[in-house]
Design a binder for this molecule. Structure first.
Ligand SMILES: *Cc1c(COP(=O)(O)O)cnc(C)c1O
Length: 491
């Protein structure tokens, strides 16, 4: 149905200055330039956007500054089109992570390897044998897709996977210590990422937390004295995101395992990051591996899929077959299970570990962690002049040595030497803070937002995680720095 109009159609509302008014909604909608937008977005969306644009033009401020051109159909169609495009933009967007934290929880942690992306796509597009045994022609177990690989890679007797490591801890405690006790050191009652607190998870799992020792010192006898008839397991948590220095004591895992086993109890280790290979091989600081935890007597180990493993969000439980089977039978397992997309991605990532020699080429997380300052210096040398040209007169861009961190609970004190671009406002003193804020805001408004970190009066763009230079460079021309920034006089 053609749009109805109240105004006379045809002549654009331009030309008269004294009686300048925005045109009516119907009049705008009837213009040819709007028909293309209606064909793409639908009439309802275009009507909404038109109303919103016209409402903005009717404000006293807008009317005071209006000219015949502001009401020209082409100008209005442009604003309406831009509004619709902004509405169409997905909420979840790609960003450049130049924060220097490789596994940044707020920015989605591990980027996936190509083979995992292919797996995701296949599982998204087609029916799969997710829970179907193709050999036997009957129902199968979804866990089996990755259990064999996990056993092979870690030497664990059995394995199962759930939504994330928080879910793995919840499920394990609910299965093994419901209405009973788990003993844990006060020095390991960690909070991770502001929302995952071991004590809270244990409470929701229905397990009573028996805390032993003090924040800085816990001895084997503290555990031994706490073991009683209600004890169901000993728990060791890898205190990944903080360290206690000075007068400290923690019980070595083999000693704890020996104590647990003497009392017929399992030792559970929440390893968090849980590498599957020794990272020293690539010149990186040591992170406890899953194999070490198992070798040192853990009966059950839980790790994240999207931390050092470099895969999709997932929680992996590895250990004794009896315990894993008990965990699988818990009805909560169904509520916490992994979906087919992430199972496909996880399987592909685990496969890469069969060939450690090529792991740093194929697994993006490891590739980024292993990048050397020399390579990053070359990136910085290419980018600094381009960025400086874009910011001429207002900011000074310098190549700077900096330090990246692994992130997501890997030891925060282990720093990776890196190279970045340090950007400082050309003006000093008053106005410099505002100028820095304008710059960080403008970088966030780019088509692919750029997220850096502000430190010591500069915005630092750590280049460790910048691999797609062409996209970064191409969008520099779109950088628009707000009016609030302090402008230095041109030299
Ligand atoms: C990160 C971490 C968790 C939570 O893992 P998610 O996969 O983020 O749920 C639990 N425990 C430890 C020790 C961790 O480092």
């Amino acid at each position: 149905m053609p749009p109805t109009t109240t105004d006379a159609q045809g002549a654009p509302p331009t030309g008269s200055d004294s009686t300048l008014r925005p045109p009516s909604v119907d009049r705008v909608l009837s213009h040819a330039a709007l028909q293309a937008l209606i064909a793409t977005h639908g009439r309802t969306e275009v009507l909404e956007a038109t109303r919103a644009v016209l409402a903005e033009l009717r404000t006293p401020a807008a009317r005071a500054g209006a000219s015949p051109r502001s009401y020209a159909p082409e100008a209005l169609a442009g604003s309406i089109g831009a509004r619709l495009a902004a509405r169409d933009r997905p909420g979840l967007r790609r960003v450049f992570n130049l924060t220097g934290t490789v596994l940044h929880t707020n920015l989605g942690r591990a980027p996936l390897p190509e083979s995992a992306i292919a797996g995701l796509e296949l599982a998204a597009r087609h029916p799969t044998n997710l829970e179907y045994d193709l050999g036997e022609g009957r129902r199968g177990e979804r866990d089996e897709l990755v259990e064999e690989l996990l056993r092979e890679l870690t030497g664990a007797e059995a394995a199962t996977v759930v939504n994330n490591n928080a879910a793995a801890v919840l499920l394990a405690l609910n299965t093994l210590a419901l209405r009973k006790e788990a003993i844990v050191s006060r020095g390991e009652l960690v909070e991770i990422g502001g929302s995952f607190r071991i004590p809270d998870v244990m409470a929701r799992a229905g397990a009573k937390l028996h805390e032993v020792g003090t924040t800085n010192r816990t001895h084997l006898r503290d555990y031994a004295e706490a073991i009683g008839p209600r004890t169901r397991l000993l728990l060791k948590v890898h205190t990944s995101n903080y360290e206690v220095h000075g007068f400290t004591a923690a019980v070595a895992q083999p000693d704890l395992a020996e104590l647990a086993h003497r009392h017929g109890l399992p030792l559970m280790v929440d390893l968090g990051s849980g590498a599957l290979v020794a990272l020293e091989r690539w010149g990186l600081p040591h992170e406890p591996t899953t194999q070490e935890a198992l070798r040192d007597g853990a009966d059950l180990v839980t790790i994240s899929g999207d931390k050092l493993l470099g895969g999709p969000q997932a929680g992996i439980l590895l250990g004794r077959r009896g315990l894993i089977e008990q965990i699988r039978r818990n009805p909560l397992k169904r509520a916490l299970r992994l979906d087919k997309l992430r199972l496909a991605a996880l399987e592909a990532v685990l496969r890469l570990y069969r060939d450690p020699d090529h792991l740093d080429e194929r697994l993006p997380t490891l590739r980024l962690l292993a990048r050397k300052p020399g390579e990053l210096e070359a990136v910085a040398a290419r980018l600094a002049p381009l960025l400086q040209a874009q910011l001429a007169g207002r900011y000074v861009v310098a190549v700077a040595r900096c330090e990246s961190q692994v992130g997501s609970g890997a030891r925060p004190s282990d720093r990776l030497p890196s190279v970045g671009l340090a950007i400082r406002p050309a003006v000093r003193g008053r106005g410099a803070g505002g100028a820095l804020e304008s710059l960080t805001a403008a970088l966030r408004e780019l088509p692919v937002p750029v997220i850096g970190r502000v430190a010591e009066g500069a915005l630092l763009l750590d280049l460790r995680c910048l691999e797609d230079e062409p996209t970064f460079v191409r969008q520099l021309g779109a950088l628009r720095i707000g009016q609030s920034s302090a402008r230095a006089e041109p030299p």
